[in-house]
Design a protein around this ligand. Structure first.
Ligand code: NAD
Length: 353
């Protein structure tokens, strides 16, 4: 198969980690007889420096013309004082909206080799952590009107039934392929948008009678994720709640550097990125963990290119790499061998079968 991949290396550690994911993809292409063509796309701080815009239309067009997009990370202190609409993160929001990727899927899974890296008590971790957060990505308060009038600031939170229904369906479909348990997270005791959310989820539940639906208030969910994470299979929630809960969920699995994500809309063209940011504090030092990006590339093969065997091979190579006792600095523990970003790529490539 021939696939065209738009690559956004971005800022900070972005170029280092995407380079390793591309080496893994190239090895998969060799082993399985595919061709992956890469188109470089500028987004974020590097695009601000070059064009004065975090995502010029021409760069977005390259993404829309591709079969999928692989992203490292964007942002950094250098651009912190840039005005609102020109900030690096605006490029990312525009990319998500432009691609129409309304569903963000983040697994929270603990690798057995890293169970000691979790900040949770051993008895909680031993019960197993393996759930997915399905987050609505292009609606809600991040995409509502933002304005400041004198000393009052206003951000608008708005959801339509149609927006809730399409993400709700992804939640039910995801649960259907797993353990058939869906937890809908909202704040229906306070927010109208959450009451609508809950109503739509329960209407959908009638269509998905094989899936067990439960409701949870977001504040309770934040507690339950650390108290009893094994209760969850799939969580579906709106944009801002999903943003916060998925960062919390990532921490209980040990390292933010290990977790991939996929964002999909109505087509197979998806956006794949690790969940962390550009980590300016460790940029350029060859110490970043590239596994989140490598696993994002695996998700691309699985969800956008229908290459499940190839995706399995990448995940197995990551597991073999951990079994061999190598660790980047962020997940280093006693008795293991510390390696850098590039060497991590070398070992995972060598573990690919
Ligand atoms: P961050 O995720 O970049 O870093 C948080 C901490 O985790 C840092 O100590 C960092 O060194 C560490 N870390 C992150 N990724 C790592 C990896 N792969 N390996 C090892 N350690 C890793 O979050 P932040 O510091 O809050 O943000 C830094 C910049 O990234 C900001 O400009 C922010 O706006 C941006 N950001 C971008 C994205 C994105 O591109 N999707 C997401 C979040 C934040």
């Amino acid at each position: 198969m021939i696939k065209n991949i738009a690559v956004i290396r971005g800022d900070g550690i972005g170029p280092e980690i995407t380079a390793q994911a591309i080496r893994v993809l190239d090895r998969i292409a060799e082993l399985y007889g595919h061709t992956f063509n890469y188109t470089e796309v500028d987004m974020g701080g590097c695009a601000i420096d070059k064009y004065g815009d975090p995502l010029p239309e021409s760069e977005l067009e390259k993404c829309l013309a591709s079969d999928s997009v692989l992203l490292g990370a964007v942002g950094g202190e250098k651009w912190n004082n840039v005005e609102g609409d020109k900030r690096p993160e605006k490029g990312l929001l525009r990319l998500r909206a432009g691609m129409g990727v309304y569903s963000n899927n983040r697994p929270a899974k603990i690798w057995k080799q890293l169970s000691e890296a979790s900040p949770l008590k051993k008895e909680i971790v031993d019960k197993g952590i393996d759930f997915i957060i399905v987050r609505e990505l292009i609606g809600g308060i991040y995409f509502g009107e933002h304005k400041t009038e004198g000393n009052t600031a206003i951000d608008v939170l708005r959801y339509s039934e149609a927006e809730i229904e399409r993400i709700g369906r992804i939640g039910f479909e995801t649960a259907r392929k797993r353990n058939k348990k869906l937890c809908s997270v909202e704040k229906s005791n306070v927010l109208d948008s959450s009451r609508l959310w809950k109503k739509v989820m329960h209407r959908l539940a009638e269509e998905y009678s094989d899936v067990e639906l439960s409701d949870m208030l977001v504040d309770n969910c934040a507690m339950q994720i650390v108290k009893n994470p094994s209760q969850f299979d799939v969580i579906v929630t709106e944009n801002m709640f999903g943003d916060i809960l998925s960062d919390e969920a990532s921490m209980i699995t040990g390292s933010i550097g290990m977790i991939p994500s996929s964002s999909l809309g109505a087509t197979d063209c998806g956006l794949y990125e690790p969940i962390h940011g550009s980590a300016p504090d460790i940029a350029g030092k060859d110490i970043a963990n590239p596994v989140g990006t490598i696993l994002s590339a695996a998700m691309m093969l699985r969800f956008s290119f229908n290459m499940p065997k190839e995706a399995d091979a990448i995940e197995a190579a990551v597991s073999a790499y951990l079994d061999a006792g190598y660790r980047t600095a962020d997940i280093m523990s006693e008795g293991m061998t510390q390696i850098g970003c590039r060497q991590c790529g070398d070992i995972i490539v060598s573990c690919l079968k």
